[in-house]
Design a protein around this ligand. Structure first.
Ligand code: GLN
Length: 483
């Protein structure tokens, strides 16, 4: 296996055992970026100091073997503040913005010894589900470059899938980690609201924003969260709970665990191929010893409407600070999608409409949260599709915002309820029909597109989600994306 293809776990073990150096593994990632970024467009910028950071990690290795990510290359969605390294939110408004400080998560990653490879592309301001809203051009799905990699954390997903980095960070306000993860055969965690600090992450919708990760395995996600979770005096919404070791229960299996399957999630609008895939997942969990239970989340159908009122309202407020006076260019640089959300949000917050829209949506949000509270009295966790459809072709939905919004139907609910969601790969879906034959005989572009499912749990149940996700992952073969 090539060094850039390693997981965090394998990289950490190899570095500790001095099988290779951080310089070597960082160079392998940089080579892969160099080779493919012009086509995939996952990175907006490569950190020119990455090799120096790797060299420093190799020196530190001589006297320190405790830093959990020492020498491991990772990359960040370009919405994370990085001191001295341009941060654009994938928007022309911040094209030349160089932050004065690191986001808390970036500081924690650096303290843990990680090497920052660079900044990843995404839909501008994290508005989108395909990566096509970026002012730096769309990211392509490395499994088939005619297709979108999902969004908004498009570059994070594509970079991890194509082994341009060992792992990546993203943000999830309504699905932007889980959906691109499921489109690229990677693992994506949206943690509980308030588990990972939002300080220094460019805000989209502050009551929904969750800071999470995209990795090659569930175990890697747990290792990553061990570094980033909890404790930040700079974020007033951060939990005061004791942070557990997320690796602790990983291998305990799912015997006796009750997993709910909401009946509302298998209704109309679900692509039959996704339905078939999730049915296979349910069957597999049954075989692994979990108890599968049908449940009801009765307010599911209002989720999208509720999200697309609350989220633009908060977006309009957060984007008000880009006035072109303190930093960034003026408001004429905003793209169409940001303008659409600013107008929508300003409208629903305006006097006379506030009660009818925003306040109503907040009440429905409470009902959605209560749906989950009731469900978690009966089951330990819930599984559901991530996206109602497989990845779509570039350009297919970009001119139809409503169609694009519909793709968020299964993901926004977790953000409204503030609960965690873990997207786990569950195989490949054929987007064309073929005769008999081995998948390996097919041209690369015909080998199907990835899909995944999500595991939802009560607030702060990440340890359980990793345990369930890991048990499933053990039944699947890891497939390396080659281009
Ligand atoms: N697709 C959703 C939106 O456009 C989610 C975005 C996100 O999670 N950042 O609002």
């Amino acid at each position: 296996m090539k060094l850039n293809e390693l997981t965090i776990k394998e990289a950490v073990e190899g570095l500790k055992g001095k099988k290779f150096s951080s310089v070597e593994i960082t160079q392998a990632c940089l080579d892969q970026i160099e080779k493919h970024n012009s086509e995939i467009n996952a990175f907006i910028a490569v950190n020119e100091h990455a090799l120096d950071e790797a060299r420093r990690a190799d020196e530190i290795r001589e006297s320190d073997s405790n830093s959990p990510l020492l020498g491991v290359p990772i990359a960040l969605k370009d919405i994370y503040m990085t001191k001295g390294l341009r941060t654009t939110a994938a928007s022309k408004v911040l094209e030349n913005y160089i932050p004065q400080y690191d986001a808390t998560v970036v500081r924690k990653l650096k303290d843990a010894g990680a090497v920052i490879l660079g900044k990843l592309n995404h839909d501008a301001w994290a508005h989108g589900a395909s990566g096509e809203n970026s002012d730096f051009g769309p990211t392509k799905n490395p499994w088939n470059t005619d297709y979108v990699p999902g969004g908004s954390s498009s570059g994070s997903a594509a970079a991890v899938a194509l082994n341009m980095t060992i792992a990546a960070s993203g943000t999830d306000t309504g699905g932007s980690i889980r959906q691109p993860a499921s489109f690229t055969n990677t693992v994506g965690l949206k943690p509980t609201y308030g588990l990972v600090s939002r300080y220094g992450i460019i805000a989209m919708a502050s009551s929904l924003d969750s800071i999470g990760h995209l990795t090659k395995t569930v175990e890697d996600c747990a290792i990553y969260l061990n570094v980033t979770a909890g404790n930040d005096p700079m974020d007033a919404t951060i939990t005061k709970n004791r942070i557990p070791n997320y690796l602790e229960d990983l291998n305990k299996g799912v015997g006796g665990i009750k997993i709910g399957m909401p009946k509302e999630y298998l209704g109309s609008g679900l692509d039959p191929r996704i339905k078939e895939n999730i049915e296979k997942v349910i069957k597999k969990f049954g075989e692994l010893g979990a108890e599968m239970v049908e449940i009801s989340l009765p307010h599911t159908e209002y989720g999208l409407a509720c999200y697309y009122i609350i989220q633009p309202a908060e977006v309009s407020s957060n984007l008000a600070r880009y006035d072109g006076i303190r930093y960034g260019y003026d408001r004429s640089y905003f793209g169409d999608e940001a303008v659409r959300r600013i107008i929508l949000g300003t409208f629903t917050l305006s006097s006379g409409y506030y009660e009818a829209y925003y306040k109503k949506a907040m009440q429905v949000r409470t009902l959605i949260r209560q749906d989950f509270e009731k469900a978690f009295e009966k089951v330990d966790a819930i599984i559901s599709p991530v996206s109602p459809t497989p990845p779509w072709k570039l350009g297919e939905k970009v001119d139809d915002p409503l169609k694009m919004y519909l793709s968020d139907a299964y993901t926004v609910i977790a953000n409204l309820a503030g609960i965690p969601g873990l997207a786990v790969p569950s195989g490949f879906i054929q987007h064309q029909t073929f005769g008999a034959g081995f998948i390996g005989d097919l041209p690369r572009s015909d080998r199907g597109l990835p899909t995944g499912f999500q595991i939802l749990g009560p607030q702060f149940s990440e340890k359980l989600l990793f345990r369930i996700g890991h048990a499933f992952e053990q039944t699947q073969e890891r497939r390396i994306c080659e281009i």
